[in-house]
Unconditional design. Structure first.
Length: 223
């Protein structure tokens, strides 16, 4: 297998964690990325394989699969052990909904923090109103997940794609200053459990190290 991957792509991070959890070997192909130009120009293979021109793209034999959710589902169908979805129909539906919520409800707020707080400011400067709205949206999401985790170790029974999608987005939010409130004890305990999993810890560590190198001074970069 081959995975076209971006060093700070949150959606690719989801797949890297899933591949590690399933103990599947693969070749990791990093696409071009820079702080100034982002993913421009797009990798020609990715443009050819994905009509959206985005990572992640997974190649397994003659098959190319893009979109992190579709890749999750493909991996589960093709390599079902260990499972990352519940076995029962209702549980799988709930799991899909929670993973979709991380992508479609949480990520837009995280993206605002990235666009307005991580990348260099444009001519108009930072949009503080947008940033405040995004932080409020993330706080609401955290409150909802704290309720979901009452009397639960993981979001969907065993560790699943719902946990993977949620931890990737919440970790990115926390790295940009939007951390879960201390009183959300269910969520905080879940964060500790999730971040302690080797696949998750490795992914978070690699992304943190990349950012540290990115913003390191010239003297540090020469070492």
């Amino acid at each position: 297998m081959r995975l076209y991957s971006g060093p700070l792509s949150l959606f690719t991070a989801k797949i890297r964690i899933a591949l590690a959890e399933k103990r599947l070997p693969y070749e990791r192909i990093e696409v071009g990325w820079s702080l100034e130009r982002r993913y421009e120009p797009h990798h020609p293979d990715v443009v050819a394989l994905n009509p959206k021109g985005q990572v992640p793209v997974l190649i397994d034999g003659d098959l190319a699969v893009y979109d992190s959710t579709l890749i999750f589902e493909y991996l589960e169908d093709r390599y079902p052990e260990p499972p990352l979805y519940p076995r029962d129909v209702a549980g799988r539906a709930r799991c899909r909904q929670l993973e979709a919520a991380a992508d479609e409800i949480l990520f837009p707020h995280v993206w605002t923090l990235i666009d307005q707080g991580f990348y260099p400011a444009g001519q108009g400067g930072r949009d503080e109103a947008r940033l405040a709205s995004a932080r409020a949206g993330i706080a609401r999401f955290c409150e909802e997940r704290d309720k979901e985790l009452a009397d639960r170790t993981w979001l969907c029974g065993d560790f699943s794609v719902a946990d993977i999608g949620t931890i990737v987005m919440l970790n990115a939010a926390a790295s940009l200053g939007a951390t879960a409130a201390a009183e959300l004890s269910n969520l905080r305990a879940w964060l500790e459990r999730t971040q302690a999993r080797p696949a998750v810890a490795r992914e978070i560590g690699e992304m943190r190290a990349f950012v540290q190198r990115l913003f390191a001074g010239p003297a540090q970069k020469e070492r």
